[in-house]
Design a protein. Structure first.
Length: 219
């Protein structure tokens, strides 16, 4: 069973998601929270696998709550909920450690599939999120961060190539087709990339690639 905590300051949203996810045989809603501060406490007490996190909330917003949850609990994956696919805070949430994002008007199937993907350690990185990353870096030009540059040196040439393709939004199967290798080989490369860079999942790998300058805006 995938244990889920729902965090949103709107009761109707919490109840709606709870009903939808509660109907799934492999998902259990273990709790709810109305703000970021309460979410942090609930994560510590309930140990959920996935946290559905709203961004705009009173007392402590979803971005700060995500940052604290990720820092305190390496097992809890955060799936950000937003009303707009180009929400101005989407990038900030990903940078804070969220494993992906989902629109609040997602269907029951999309919601459940999103929870399953994130719980499995994969990234829910939609094309709109990739575009958002590009937009943010276009707004803030500058040199790659030194720590990122230093870590790139730990990757092999093929691992760096795979990292760039991850940042471009390709799945393991698509990367395997592009590089003409077995998908299992790509999975091994991805695992090694995450370990070497100290990252949680593919979403964080994509953010790293942009910050390190491996993926160029507009090309």
């Amino acid at each position: 069973m995938i244990r889920v905590l729902i965090v949103d300051d709107q009761m109707m949203v919490r109840e709606g998601f709870s009903v939808l996810l509660g109907a799934m045989p492999d998902i259990e809603v273990v709790g709810e929270a109305v703000n970021g501060r309460e979410a942090i406490a609930q994560v510590a007490a309930l140990r959920p696998d996935v946290v559905l996190m709203d961004i705009r909330m009173p007392e402590l917003n979803g971005i700060e709550a995500t940052r604290e949850i990720v820092a305190a609990d390496a097992d809890a994956k955060v799936l950000v909920l937003t009303t707009f696919d180009l929400d101005e805070y989407v990038y900030q949430a990903l940078r804070a450690g969220a494993s992906g994002f989902l629109l609040k008007d997602a269907s029951a199937r999309q919601l459940a599939d999103g929870v399953r993907v994130v719980a499995a350690g994969e990234a829910l990185l939609a094309p709109t999120v990739t575009k958002r990353l590009i937009t943010e870096f276009a707004k803030a030009p500058g040199s790659p961060r030194p720590p990122a540059m230093a870590q790139i040196g730990e990757l092999t040439e093929r691992e760096t190539e795979v990292l760039v393709l991850i940042a471009q939004g390709l799945s393991n199967a698509e990367i395997a087709d592009h590089l003409v290798v077995a998908e299992s080989t790509i999975k091994t490369h991805v695992s090694r990339i995450l370990v070497k860079l100290g990252l949680r999942d593919r979403t964080q790998a994509a953010v790293f690639a942009y910050e390190a300058g491996l993926v160029r805006v507009g090309g």
